[in-house]
Write a protein that binds this ligand. Structure first.
Ligand code: ZN
Length: 315
């Protein structure tokens, strides 16, 4: 936020003060037992949910704000008061499933906000695009049997958390409404562009959503220490442009981003800034970090893309 304030485009944005999510709202996705478990852990001073998911004494309250802020974002877009909103929240959410948190995630902000839309506005078709470098196993689980939500994920594979295979496509009536695109380490702007243009755009067009919600993780940047992709700030701007165009074309521009990963703070802040600039219609996006300053072999993903197109009937 300091970077956005200092370099723009903060002055062109409207900021919303987040509220806490209610227990009823959190329990749209999570069990009461798990919610109490996180609350109890925080109130005794903190602890760990798993090896990498630490809860401090403030984490429970902060996680309620993260979920509440994402709900406010979807409400502002649904009631038409704002065109698009980016919920700049932490902790992230996409690894958290109904009964437990993991991978830095306590409550699944995006899954809660999307379930809130389904209940409050009775929308029939919602798309979640998850471009975090990790697979959103929690989000996939929550909507795996729900034909009203198309979950599309690009993620590094093999990598944490190990889910998100191409043949995980949803169940029952929801077969085909989970689209997993597990990519080998080393993919960059060009590979992501191909995947979006050839798989994600046609999949979302044929689903014809009323709103698009994005699990926006920036840990695919080449400088990020948690994964091995080669995306640049320019790449994140391209991805944002493609998603924005789809939202304009299919759902009157209704678009919500919620922050997931991204652990190099320089790359994260600059990539989030690029995202805002694209949403504001700017075309010439500054990339102060440029491309990975090394020659790295780029994997060939042609066969993988053919396989995924075949599974989902995309021609
Ligand atoms: Zn991640």
């Amino acid at each position: 936020m300091r970077y956005l304030e200092r370099t723009g485009p903060w002055q062109q944005l409207i900021s919303l003060k987040p509220r806490v999510a209610t227990i009823e709202e959190i329990s749209l996705v999570h069990t009461k037992q798990y919610i109490s478990e996180v609350k109890a852990l925080a109130s005794k001073g903190g602890g760990q949910l798993d090896l990498d998911t630490i809860v401090s004494s403030d984490s429970y309250d902060v996680a309620l704000y993260a979920a509440g802020g994402t709900i406010q974002a979807v409400d502002a877009v649904m009631d038409g008061s704002l065109d698009s909103v980016f919920a700049l929240v932490r902790p992230p959410g996409h690894h958290a499933s109904t009964g437990g948190g993991m991978g830095f995630c306590l409550f699944n902000n995006v899954a809660i906000a999307v379930t809130h839309i389904l209940h409050k506005y009775k929308l029939e078709r919602i798309v979640i695009v998850d471009f975090d470098v990790h697979h959103g196993n929690g989000t996939q689980d929550v909507f795996y049997t729900n034909p009203g939500v198309l979950y599309v994920s690009t993620h590094q594979s093999p990598h944490y958390p190990g889910t998100g295979r191409v043949d995980q496509i949803g169940e029952g009536e929801a077969r085909g409404t989970t689209v997993n695109i597990p990519l080998p380490s080393g993919c960059g702007d060009e590979e992501y562009n191909q995947v979006f243009e050839q798989i994600i755009v046609p999949a979302i067009r044929s689903f014809d959503p009323k709103i698009i919600v994005v699990s926006a993780g920036y840990d695919g940047h080449w400088s990020d220490g948690l994964a091995g992709m080669q995306l640049s700030i320019t790449g994140f701007a391209q991805i944002t442009g493609i998603i924005k165009q789809l939202a304009d074309e299919l759902c009157d521009g209704r678009l919500v981003f919620s922050l997931e990963g991204g652990y190099n703070l320089t790359a994260l802040s600059a990539s989030v800034r690029a995202t805002f600039e694209v949403l504001l219609g700017k075309e010439d996006i500054e990339d102060k970090l440029g491309q990975l300053p090394l020659e790295v072999k780029v994997p060939n993903i042609t066969g993988l893309m053919q396989l995924i197109k075949g599974i989902h009937g995309i021609h």
